[in-house]
Design a protein around this ligand. Structure first.
Ligand SMILES: C[S@@+](CC[C@H](N)C(=O)[O-])C[C@H]1O[C@@H](n2cnc3c(N)ncnc32)[C@H](O)[C@@H]1O
Length: 206
């Protein structure tokens, strides 16, 4: 995928993209390395841009039909749908990702490229909490960030940090992971009556 393709998307939505370049191969590989391909379920990718991390997930051994990609930008959505025809690619809002998850589907990991630091702390926090609550033991929320501090601090949730220097600018991969008890605790701490929203559509291959 050419830099021109990324640049076009950046010019269409500078704030939504918030990065001068797509993730480098080293960064994409570091993000994908946090996903365990043997952990069953869908891998949800939020904010996939031109699909560099998506391609690294495939290289990691995750089959395309296990990918559920939620991308807001119409231009990037079109690119992704053409590039990954066996994946479920949805043009939608990452902060409402549950509505695109087929009812009863297991989630193996959530990988997020959305520039979370541009959003209010409450939104960031609840996105990560909800994503962990939807997963079971071994579930993860993996966040790409140019910030040097984690996008949120979550009590009782494991936090991993990897710095990738071979990227412009150097980036962090923050990995939030929850053990079974933590998932239950996070779920219980969510607003009363919270439920994942039912899928509006069941994408092919899921
Ligand atoms: C920094 S780019 C990351 C692209 C790609 N993951 C990479 O690593 O090169 C951020 C991406 O998030 C998308 N995005 C921003 N806000 C979003 C939202 N609320 N829901 C879904 N995608 C969003 C942008 O359109 C863009 O594709």
């Amino acid at each position: 995928m050419s830099y021109g393709a990324f640049l076009r998307g950046l010019l269409k939505d500078p704030r939504g993209v918030s990065a001068p370049t797509p993730s480098s191969p080293a960064l994409a590989k570091a993000i994908a390395a946090k996903v365990d391909p043997l952990h069953p379920g869908l891998v949800v990718e939020l904010g996939a841009g031109t699909g560099v991390v998506t391609a690294a997930l495939l290289d990691r051994g995750i089959s395309e039909d296990r990918l559920l990609i939620v991308e807001q930008g119409a231009y990037f959505y079109g690119l992704l749908a053409g590039r990954f025809p066996a994946a479920a690619v949805i043009q939608g809002d990452a902060f409402a990702f549950e509505q695109y998850v087929p009812a009863g589907a297991a989630i193996s990991a959530v990988v997020c490229g959305v520039p979370l630091l541009n959003f209010p702390l409450t939104l960031r926090r609840t996105l990560i909490e909800r994503a962990l609550a939807l997963q079971g033991l071994g579930g993860r929320f993996i966040q790409l960030s140019y910030g040097w501090k984690p996008p949120v601090h979550l009590k009782d949730v494991e936090l991993g940090k990897t710095i990738v220097w071979r990227n412009f600018p150097p980036a962090h991969v923050w990995t939030f992971g929850a053990q079974t008890e933590d998932v239950t605790a996070v779920r219980n701490s969510l607003a009363p009556g919270w439920r994942p929203r039912p899928a509006r559509e069941r994408p092919a291959g899921l």
